[in-house]
Design a protein around this ligand. Structure first.
Ligand SMILES: Nc1ncnc2c1ncn2[C@@H]1O[C@H](COP(=O)(O)OP(=O)(O)OP(=O)(O)O)[C@@H](O)[C@H]1O
Length: 578
């Protein structure tokens, strides 16, 4: 019963994942392609039947030394083979086209879903069970599309092949007659039953030996991924590891993970060896088995050599189509895992969006560019309080410095204002997102050229000359020559350089509100003064809200907002008391 429920759930999940594409704006093209693939696949099976009949005609002609017929049949075979090849190639090709189209569509869907409403950030926030969304979008989507089509078309092909050749075998097979305890036993179509029995025994044995491989292969994938991840992480943090001289520790982690991978691989090899023994015997016996079974009828002159050859070929087809279902069995476990992971990923994204929609925070644009929080509560994911029932107004034109002990929640307050922290209640009147800019301590630098980094997120443009001036203003003019160089800039530039680059961005975008979370912590006082002065110029029309511990920041702000960790409250400190 439990298995039944699981199967129903699995089918439902497959359908839920499948239907989006087949009901999309691309559905016409998709159905046309699918119909063409089905028609070509059925055509392939039809040609297999024709080729099977050819065996009979050709070998009978050989047996009877009919010279002309032999040559005309060779010519006939070339035609049959030619058509078969064309159908098989296009069945494969169109299937790949459909896979690419479907994958492109589904990948774009997942990318949009993941990026919309900051879901990528909130998925981490809610601590839901979606690990590696990147893997879901790249690998799982590909595998899902490939498996689903491969199984759908494969089952159709195996089933029609099986049905066609069972009928052929039945027609070629006379009845099996013998006496048992004085009774005449008469079994019609005995070749069919023999073929079925042979295939079923083979199938069962393969299942018995190969069954364990499913689990072993599954675990192997995980071990491979873990091993790769450990080294990737080391690459990302190469400098820190080098400073700590942590190679020994890293090496032991790599080796431990590699040993796990290797041990499992040994088990796979052992199982595969057993399977190769079985397969080799089974496929060799399959060559002579149908000949042996049909031989009594041949010797009794009830069938010709052609008939015998046709039986042998039909027997092979029945066995091949049945073993398809066994081969499929091993991939089904993987397909199930992929479906499970994608369903879970989709569900979590939906959940995150729902929770976001149900947020108790009322966020709306105010009549002015001021920011007003009323009765605002900010908590951590475990519901521990960060701020309780706070109300405040930030006026445009009055720069504010937010202070508080480490861990009191200053960055979290900025996250709440940015609208990315989900655990907020109350009312917040705040200008539109494009009027706000947030600079963290270590700014994000995207992959690409230095110019792309300067203009990130890319909604503004500037000429190279303008950029040169701004870079000089922020003391990174010497990097101008590298404007069009592609590099992993977050690893190339020093933290201070990255911070100065973020100030260039702020000067480009001229936000109404600029939030700086220890954004100048790596700058010397002189440079800090220079960039803050630039930001405070009238033409910039930006109001600054900074978080920072350094006293040098005081002079750029008219007010100080103090965050009290003990009472979870906020209060204003006048500049005079600094
Ligand atoms: N994603 C998260 N999940 C759980 N707890 C978090 C998360 N982010 C922050 N916190 C916790 O929230 C508290 C406030 O963190 P926050 O970074 O806002 O402090 P802060 O005042 O900016 O500290 P600092 O001055 O050291 O930068 C900390 O106790 C931190 O551990």
């Amino acid at each position: 019963m439990k298995k039944m429920d699981e199967s129903v759930r699995f089918v439902k999940n497959v359908w839920a994942l499948t239907k989006s594409y087949w009901q999309s704006e691309e559905k016409k093209k998709a159905y046309l392609l699918l119909l063409a693939i089905i028609a070509l696949t059925l055509g392939v099976v039809f040609m297999l039947v024709q080729l099977n009949q050819w065996y009979n005609i050709f070998y009978s002609a050989l047996q009877n030394y009919e010279k002309e017929k032999i040559f005309s049949e060779l010519f006939h075979f070339s035609w049959l083979a030619f058509i078969y090849i064309i159908l098989a190639v296009y069945a494969f090709y169109l299937q790949q086209v459909l896979i690419i189209n479907w994958r492109r569509w589904l990948t774009n869907e997942y990318i949009d879903e993941w990026l919309n409403h900051k879901t990528y950030y909130r998925l981490q926030m809610f601590g839901t069970a979606t690990d590696n969304p990147d893997q879901r979008i790249s690998e799982d989507v590909r595998m899902f599309v490939e498996y689903t089509l491969r199984f759908g078309i494969g089952i159709l092909k195996a089933f029609t092949t099986f049905a066609s050749f069972v009928v052929i075998l039945y027609n070629l097979s006379g009845p099996l007659q013998f006496k048992l305890a004085g009774m005449d036993i008469h079994i019609p179509g005995y070749l069919v039953w023999t073929a079925l029995l042979y295939s079923m025994i083979g199938t069962w044995l393969t299942y018995k030996v190969g069954n364990k491989l499913v689990g072993l292969n599954f675990v192997q994938q995980k071990y491979e991924a873990d091993f790769r991840f450990a080294m990737m992480r080391m690459r990302e943090n190469a400098e820190s590891v080098a400073f700590y001289s942590g190679e020994g520790h890293e090496g032991s982690v790599f080796k431990k993970r590699f040993t796990l991978l290797l041990n499992n691989f040994w088990n796979i090899i052992k199982k595969q060896k057993q399977l190769t023994w079985l397969n080799s015997w089974y496929s060799q016996i399959a060559i002579i088995f149908p000949l042996v079974v049909a031989m009594p009828r041949y010797l009794a002159k009830e069938i010709t050599l052609g008939g015998l050859m046709q039986i042998s070929s039909a027997f092979g087809r029945v066995q091949e189509s049945l073993s398809y279902f066994v081969d499929m069995y091993s991939s089904i476990a993987e397909w199930q895992a992929v479906v499970e992971r994608l369903t879970g990923f989709g569900l979590h994204m939906k959940q995150v969006k729902q929770e976001n929609a149900q947020q108790d925070l009322q966020r709306r644009p105010g009549a002015t560019d001021a920011i007003t929080a009323t009765d605002m509560d900010v908590t951590l994911p475990d519901e521990a309080a960060v701020l309780q029932n706070v109300s405040f107004t930030l006026e445009p034109g009055t720069n504010v410095l937010i202070k508080g002990v480490s861990g009191s929640g200053k960055s979290t307050l900025l996250r709440a204002l940015a609208g990315i922290w989900p655990y907020v209640k109350g009312t917040l009147e705040i200008p539109a997102e494009n009027k706000l800019m947030f600079i963290p301590q270590r700014p994000y630098l995207p992959l690409g050229t230095l110019k792309e980094s300067l203009l990130y997120p890319g909604t503004e443009t500037r000429t190279d000359e303008e950029l040169k001036q701004l870079m000089e203003d922020c003391c990174i003019g010497y990097l101008y020559d590298k404007l069009y160089m592609e590099a992993d800039w977050s690893h190339v530039l020093s933290v201070g350089e990255q911070q100065r680059l973020a100030f260039v961005r702020a000067l480009i975008y001229k936000p109404v509100w600029l939030f700086l979370d220890e954004a100048s912590s790596a700058l010397d006082e002189e440079t800090e003064a220079k960039v803050y002065t630039l930001l405070m110029e009238e033409a910039q029309q930006t109001t600054l809200v900074s978080v920072g511990h350094r006293s040098t920041l005081n002079k750029y702000h008219q007010k100080v907002l103090y965050l009290d960790k003990e009472t979870h409250s906020l209060y204003w400190q006048e500049q005079a008391s600094l």
